[in-house]
Write a protein that binds this ligand. Sequence first.
Ligand SMILES: [Zn+2]
Ligand SMILES: [Zn+2]
Length: 167
Amino acid sequence: MIIKYTNFSNGVHEFRLTEPVKKLGLVEMFFGNVDLDVKMDKSSHQIVLDCDLCVNYKFNCDRCNSDTTRELKNHFQISYMFSKEKTDSEDYNFKILSPEQDKINLTEDVFEYVNLAIPLKKLCNDECKGLCPRCGKDLNIETCNCEIKPNNDIWAPLQKLKENFNN
Ligand SMILES: [Zn+2]
Ligand SMILES: [Zn+2]
């Protein structure tokens, strides 16, 4: 994903970049294109990019195991300073552009921000009811008559103690 910023005048520009996930090195669960909505604020000494990314990914829900497709979104900002000095910035969101450059390559940044957006718990739906731990029925589709006592585990050690005592 490349922005040839020398093609833009100073001022604010809004545009969308689209690139296939494979070209960005995103594989496995990702498919289709990554869309990046960019708001670029360019002046004679710096460029500030405000980006919203969106990509589709597929996975099995962590609760009900169903095949799921969802959109993954993330937002990030990167500032670029025009400078002749080659200082390697540690800051992820602050970079230096040398006068010989005419392009910004966002490929690595987009890759990072997509990966940062992957949730720890991947759900088909934030309200997913999951599978019944007893009979395995998908509780999003049907109900079952299993008796689930969620607090059971709290008393289990005590129950065991009592059993041991009685023996
Ligand atoms: Zn689910
Ligand atoms: Zn059940």
